[in-house]
Write a protein that binds this ligand. Structure first.
Ligand SMILES: Cc1cc2nc3c(=O)[nH]c(=O)nc-3n(C[C@H](O)[C@H](O)[C@H](O)COP(=O)(O)OP(=O)(O)OC[C@H]3O[C@@H](n4cnc5c(N)ncnc54)[C@H](O)[C@@H]3O)c2cc1C
Length: 388
C-alpha cells in the first residue's frame, strides 16, 4: 500500500496552490468588505478574468474531456485541486467546466449549449428540486405536456444554484404521470430563459443564494429534449451522484485553512499570563480537528480513487460526503470557539465559513440521505463490512 501522491499529482496540486495563494487569497479582504455591503465578493467579470489567468497556468476544465479543450483530470487530481480552492473563501472556481449532464447533448445541442457553457459564454443551472420534492426527488410534479412539435412546461423548481444568473436551465419534468419519475415518466429539457421562465432570488444564511424558477406555460421545442424521453430522472441522479466526493474535498480546504488560523491564534493569544494553546481544553479541540480532517481526507481520496478505477463510487462517496460535511462543521465550530469573541465578529472569515459549511450537510443529498444509502448498501449485502 502506498499513500503518497505521484510526482505529477504533487506538481499539479502545488501549482494550483500557488495560483490560489498568489492570485485569489489577496482578494479576500475586499471580498469580505463587499459581501458585508450585500454585494458579490467577486463580480462575474472578475471571476472570468481570474479563470483566464488560471488557463495560462494550464488550469482549464478540470473534468472536461480533452476534445473540448479540458484537462480531463483523474478524480483524485480533481479532489486535490478542489481542496486547494476551498482554502480561500473567495467564490473562485477554475473555468472551462460544464455540468456533466450536458455531455448527453446531441451534436446540435452540444454546439448550442455544451460548448458555449464550457467556454464561459453561457451559464446553466440544473433544476430537479421542487417545493414538494427534495430528498424525495421522484415526487416531482412540474409537468411537460406534448403540444404538436413543442412541450409546454408548468410548475415550479426551488433552491436552484445559479438560477438567477443562468440563461438556460436543465429541467427535469414529468412527461408521463402514470409511470412516475423513477420508472421512465420524467424527461430532461434544455430551457432557455428567453423561452419564458422567470427566477426569484431566495435569501439564505449563506452568501449569494439560490433561486426558485417559475414555469407558466413555457413552450419548449422537441429538439430541446436532453437524452431520451423518459430518461430524465436517471440522468438527474447521475448528475448528482457523479461529483459527490467533490463537496467533502472542498470542505477539506476550508477545514485546513480554518485550523491553521486556530493554531496561530492558540500560539499568540494570551490569557491568565500564558498562551491559550497551553491549555488542555484548547489542545483537545485542535487534536480532534486534525484527526477528523485527516480521516475525511482519506475518505475523499479513496472515493475519488474508486471513481478512477471505474468502480461504483456510490457507497464510498456517500461516506466521504457524510463524514466530510460533518467534519467541516465541527472544525469550524471549534475554530470559532478558540477565537472567542473575535471568532463571532465579521472582522474574520470564521463566521462566514460557519454559515457556508452548514449547507454541505443539506445539498446534493442530506446527511440522512447519505446514511440511508450507506445503510441500505450494507443491509442488502451490496457492500461488505471491513472489505477494502
Ligand atoms: C443553497 C442550496 C442550493 C441548492 N442547489 C440545488 C440545485 O442546484 N439544483 C437542485 O435541483 N436542487 C438544489 N438544492 C436542493 C437540495 O438538494 C435539497 O434542499 C435537498 O435535497 C433536501 O431537500 P429538501 O430541502 O426538500 O428537504 P426534505 O427532503 O424535505 O427533508 C427535510 C428533512 O427530512 C429529512 N428526511 C427526508 N426524508 C427522510 C427519510 N426518508 N429518512 C430520514 N430523514 C429524511 C432530510 O434529511 C431533512 O433533514 C439546493 C439547496 C440549497 C439549500
Amino acid at each position: 500500500m502506498d499513500f503518497s501522491l505521484s510526482d505529477e499529482e504533487r506538481a499539479i496540486r502545488d501549482t494550483a496552490r500557488q495560483f490560489i495563494t498568489r492570485e485569489v487569497v489577496p482578494l479576500e479582504l475586499e471580498a469580505l468588505r463587499r459581501e458585508r455591503a450585500h454585494r458579490p465578493g467577486l463580480e462575474p467579470g472578475e471571476l472570468r478574468e481570474l479563470q483566464l489567468k488560471a488557463k495560462k497556468f494550464g488550469f482549464w476544465g478540470l473534468s472536461t474531456p480533452a476534445e473540448y479543450g479540458g484537462m480531463d483530470l483523474s478524480a483524485v487530481l480533481q479532489s486535490l485541486i478542489v481542496t486547494e480552492t476551498g482554502r480561500t473563501f473567495v467564490q473562485f472556481h477554475f473555468g472551462g467546466e460544464a455540468d456533466n449532464i450536458l455531455y448527453h447533448c446531441n451534436d446540435e445541442q452540444k454546439r448550442e449549449y455544451l460548448i458555449p457553457t464550457i467556454e464561459g459564454d453561457r451559464i446553466s443551472c440544473f433544476a430537479i428540486t421542487e417545493p414538494g420534492a427534495g430528498s424525495d426527488a421522484a415526487n416531482i410534479k412540474l409537468s411537460a405536456r406534448r403540444d404538436g412539435d413543442d412541450w409546454v412546461l408548468n410548475g415550479e423548481k426551488t433552491f436552484i444554484t445559479n438560477g438567477n444568473d443562468a440563461d438556460f436551465a436543465i429541467v427535469v419534468a414529468v412527461t408521463d404521470p402514470e409511470k412516475g419519475a423513477r420508472r421512465g415518466g420524467a424527461t430532461a429539457f434544455l430551457v432557455d430563459r428567453a423561452m419564458g421562465w422567470r427566477s426569484e432570488f431566495i435569501q439564505t444564511m449563506g452568501e449569494g443564494g439560490p433561486a426558485s424558477l417559475v414555469f407558466d406555460d413555457v413552450r419548449v421545442p422537441q429538439r430541446n429534449i436532453l437524452g431520451e424521453v423518459g430518461q430524465g430522472f436517471e440522468l438527474g441522479m447521475t448528475w448528482i451522484g457523479k461529483g459527490r466526493y467533490l463537496i467533502p474535498s472542498h470542505a477539506l480546504g476550508i477545514a485546513e485553512r480554518a485550523l491553521g488560523m486556530a493554531l496561530e491564534y492558540a500560539n499568540t493569544r494570551e490569557t491568565f499570563g500564558r498562551r491559550i494553546g497551553e491549555n488542555q481544553a484548547i489542545q483537545w479541540m485542535l487534536a480532534d480537528s486534525e484527526v477528523e480532517l485527516e480521516a475525511a481526507r482519506w475518505l475523499c481520496l479513496r472515493a475519488a480513487w474508486i471513481v478512477d478505477q471505474g468502480e461504483d463510487p456510490r457507497h464510498s462517496s456517500s461516506m466521504a460526503k457524510l463524514y466530510g460535511a460533518g467534519m467541516v462543521n465541527r472544525v469550524v465550530d471549534r475554530v470559532l470557539q478558540i477565537h472567542g469573541g473575535m471568532g463571532y465578529t465579521r472582522e474574520l472569515p470564521i463566521e462566514r465559513w460557519y454559515r457556508q459549511v452548514r449547507l454541505m450537510r443539506i445539498y446534493e443529498g442530506t446527511d440522512e440521505m447519505q446514511r440511508l444509502i450507506i445503510a441500505r448498501d450494507l443491509l442488502r449485502g451490496y457492500t461488505k463490512v471491513g472489505l477494502i
